[in-house]
Design a protein around this ligand. Sequence first.
Ligand SMILES: [Zn+2]
Length: 110
Amino acid sequence: MKPCPRCELLNPDDGTVCACGFDLVLGDAGAVRGVLRRRGRWYQLAGVVLIAFGLAGGTAFLPIHISLFFDIQSYRVDMGMIVGGAILLSRGARLVYRPWTEKASSKRTG
Ligand SMILES: [Zn+2]
């Protein structure tokens, strides 16, 4: 018998999922995945907002101009915010799709 780390219910040694839903084989991996995926979505959302804000002029509306500006015919784009948003987007995508959790066997061995 092995106790569930979450609810401490005793499960048979060959049990895979506890009655509370805890994965006894993968441990908290499922829950961690969910948290990371949610965090990734927030990164992506923040990235989209940053890019939209950058396209709309970004910090040009603010008294401080710390970003790089890129003028397209009298249309001012805040490159700093767009780059920052793109970084957030890619970081969020990495968290959501988690390429590092893919099975190693999917790599080519030849
Ligand atoms: Zn449990």
